[in-house]
Design a protein around this ligand. Structure first.
Ligand code: SF4
Length: 387
């Protein structure tokens, strides 16, 4: 005979088990207890109850391509290994022709989402961002364009000398479909001042989220963990996102992002362990009762931890992901292509004992016919040139 839920979670977590059974909102104290308990299996069991209540065994993934259009950035965040700096990656900014070229690389692959983010590059004019979105939409009609963190949106508005509302409206007209997460990392004034003081603060980030929601844009949320933040700051981050979601209802997914210290100014920190990754995912699932989906980003978590995370609260494994350049493995600057083939994505999910479900960016399950329609029309091949 197997263990009962009470035996799995133990005396310490039984009060939270009762709340989970009643679908009752968890408190800050509950979040801190879940963060500190030795019983990770118990935490995972609780998160899995919620995960299976919402999604059964389904695990979603998307066919996506990432385009990181520039790595020139004037924010100098201490946790970032992506921006151009001495001894790090060489600076680049993609022309629109290069963006088309990147899209052309995968012209025969059905893709439903293009995910674009970049550094805060003061050389790029307002028109560049609008043209960037138009370029993608023209090259791959029907694709969902998820682009620009809140920090980029504020920079775009500054470049155009327009309000954030106007910049968002113009981008929507050009073809923007949703905003990715990122840009705030952890909603904490202390961490903001220490690690990313040149970027938006928490209230400014929330204002962009509210402006996006008012215009009908959906948004994704993230939490970068495993650097200098405390357990309390993590829980407070989640509670602030939960309150914002109560207000706007526009967030689709929460993605906890495992910090990779290699090649950052924080390289002396030991990054999160698999235990940390699974716990972060489980706590997101349990605290964010008004978020439909919790994603395990396999590039950051690795494939084996992503498989385990599907039993710790995650119902989404992200996507096939072509050319993601934000996180470099072990400080290597050479091969940046990070791709799971379609078959390997299915295998990863099936081997974990879950059911793979192909989705679009808004979590509609998609058919083979729709996928075929997302193959790119023929373009004239273009030479690649570094700017
Ligand atoms: Fe720039 Fe973004 Fe890196 Fe910060 S995290 S330095 S804003 S690219």
């Amino acid at each position: 005979m197997g263990l009962t839920p009470e035996q799995i979670v133990g005396d310490e977590l039984i009060p939270i088990l009762r709340k989970v059974e009643r679908s009752e909102r968890l408190s800050r104290e509950d979040g801190i207890l879940l963060s500190n308990t030795q019983n990770l299996t118990g935490v995972g069991h609780l998160a899995n109850i919620v995960r299976e209540r919402l999604h059964g065994g389904k695990t979603y993934f998307v066919r996506n391509q990432h385009i990181n259009y520039t790595n020139i950035c004037n924010k100098f965040c201490k946790f970032c290994s992506f921006y151009a700096k001495k001894g790090g990656p060489a600076p680049y900014q993609m022309s629109l022709e290069e963006v088309k070229h990147r899209l052309e690389w995968h012209r025969d692959v059905p893709l439903t989402e293009i995910h674009m983010v970049g550094g805060i590059n003061p050389r790029l004019p307002y028109s560049y961002y609008l043209d960037l979105v138009r370029t993608v939409k023209e090259a791959r009609p029907g694709v969902h364009v998820k682009a620009f963190t809140a920090v980029e949106i504020v920079e775009i508005a500054r470049q155009g000398k327009v309000t954030v509302d106007q910049a968002l409206a113009d981008l929507i007209e050009a073809g923007l479909d949703s905003l990715p997460g990122g840009g705030i990392e952890i909603l904490s004034d202390r961490v903001h001042a220490e690690l990313f003081g040149k970027k938006l603060n928490g209230e400014e980030w929330k204002d962009v989220a509210r402006a996006a929601a008012k215009l009908g844009l959906r948004q994704y949320a993230t939490m970068l963990y495993g650097h200098i933040e405390t357990v309390e700051e993590r829980v407070d981050h989640l509670i602030q996102l939960r309150e914002l979601q109560d207000e706007t209802g526009h967030f689709l997914t929460m993605t906890p992002l495992s910090f990779h210290p290699e090649s950052t100014e924080l390289s002396d920190i030991t990054g999160p362990t698999a235990d940390d990754d699974l716990r972060a995912i489980a706590i997101c699932r349990l605290m964010l009762d008004n978020f439909e989906h919790i994603k395990s980003f396999w590039i950051m978590n690795t494939v084996p931890v992503t498989q385990m995370s599907l039993w710790y609260g995650a119902d989404d494994a992200d996507g096939l992901v072509h050319e993601y350049e934000i996180t470099y493995k072990s400080g290597e600057w050479g091969n940046k292509s990070q791709v799971l083939t379609y078959d390997n994505m299915l295998r990863m999910i099936n081997e974990a004992g879950r059911i793979p479900i192909e989705r679009d960016s808004l979590y509609r399950e998609i058919s083979a016919e729709e996928l075929q329609a997302s193959v790119m029309p023929k373009l004239t091949p273009l030479p690649m040139s570094k700017v």
